[in-house]
Design a protein. Structure first.
Length: 376
């Protein structure tokens, strides 16, 4: 799924657009025991409660594609005959109304989840009348003209925040007493959408997985629910990219070369944003190698870099540059100090040798301050 498709689907979880009839789930304590089940009709909920539930499901479709939102692609064999795909399909086809199927999913998820403390495991089924879009993609037709209905389930796992005892006002007694507050539901830690909404239609060969922390993809949960080898997280991709740069360049891994590569990557990211291309930007090792050569690296170093990327990411794999660099900040760190500038000002940082010692230097313009105090 691309960012545009995710945004379109998120809008279905607004109160005035949602077709959700019921919310299901279970409250799991720290001992992995189900304390209570949830089976609530949305039509009987107060409006603010409905909005809160929809907000949790909407949050499970948030973040950046490739970072927080990861495509889980099933093999043809899995779709044809596998327990994991059969369970997800049963949940969707029954619109979550089959108690036994829901219980099977709950137990599988609880065994695999590594969340500390108690949490709320939520499920809902929704239908989306996909509006027809013309060839220019400029406008949507009315819902009555939709060509298909996208039937899907959304799951999210929300940790519960335990409160502390505090003085609270008791209206019945008109007094203040020490009360232990009830647990509060926090935003989802993880979740998923099945099936994926690819090319604005259902793709049963894929699911969209959400993780609040890009560096923690909850591999046990992925293996239990999808039986799919999880892709490298954004943090792992960044570490592998940095290792490939450092090891292939060795002593030639200078500030100037790295600056050049980062500037070129950031430029491609900005160009992609301006183009408003809905598909995620991805670059191959060969394309990044060309940037390395542009920055002054030798051919053998570029070849070594490409080989190492193929080893880490897989031969021919395209990687999102947004996962490799910080597109907002450029940071240079020594044992004594850290210099951080905006990405577009990375060229201001340079190295100089003065009286035989190496220095990091940046030009000083107007507005020099020390701890907020203007100085000359």
């Amino acid at each position: 799924m691309n960012q545009k498709e995710v945004s379109e689907l998120r809008r279905c979880f607004q109160p005035e657009k949602s077709n959700i009839r019921r919310v299901y789930g279970c409250y799991v304590n720290a001992g992995r025991e189900i304390v209570a089940y949830l089976d609530e009709p949305v039509s009987m909920m107060p409006q603010d409660e409905t909005e809160q539930y929809l907000g949790l499901f909407r949050k499970a479709l948030s973040g950046s594609v490739g970072k927080n939102l990861i495509d889980m692609v099933f093999s043809t064999e899995q779709v044809a005959d596998s327990d994991e795909h059969r369970l997800l399909t049963a949940l969707r086809n029954s619109e979550l109304q089959d108690d036994a199927v829901r219980e099977e999913f709950y137990q599988m998820a609880i065994r695999a989840l590594d969340i500390e403390g108690s949490y709320l495991l939520l499920l809902t089924h929704n239908t989306y009348d996909v509006p027809y879009r013309g060839s220019d993609s400029a406008t949507f037709a009315e819902v009555s003209e939709s060509e298909q209905v996208f039937s899907h389930i959304v799951c999210c796992v929300c940790p519960l925040k335990e409160g502390k005892a505090a003085l609270s006002f008791c209206p019945a007694e008109n007094e203040f007493h020490s009360c232990v507050p009830v647990p509060v539901v926090c935003p989802p830690e993880l979740g998923f959408l099945f099936p994926a909404f690819d090319n604005r239609t259902a793709n049963i060969y894929s699911a969209l997985f959400y993780s609040r922390k890009p560096d923690d993809l909850h591999q046990d949960f992925l293996d239990a629910i999808f039986h799919i080898e999880p892709p490298m997280s954004a943090v792992e991709q960044k570490e592998a990219f940095q290792a490939a740069l450092s090891q292939s360049l060795d002593s030639a891994c200078s500030l100037k070369v790295v600056q050049s590569v980062y500037e070129q990557l950031n430029e491609r990211i900005e160009q992609h944003k301006e183009s408003k291309d809905p598909d995620p930007l991805a670059l191959t090792a060969r394309e990044m190698g060309a940037m390395l050569r542009e920055g002054g690296a030798q051919d053998e170093q570029v070849a070594a870099f490409c080989d190492m990327c193929d080893k880490h990411f897989g031969e021919g794999t395209a990687i999102s540059p947004a996962n490799l660099i910080d597109g907002k900040r450029f940071e240079v760190k020594t044992a004594e100090a850290t210099i951080s500038v905006s990405a577009e000002d990375s060229c201001l940082v340079e190295t100089r040798v003065v009286d035989g010692r190496r220095y990091l230097m940046i030009p000083v313009g107007d507005g020099l301050e020390v701890n907020g105090l203007p100085v000359h």
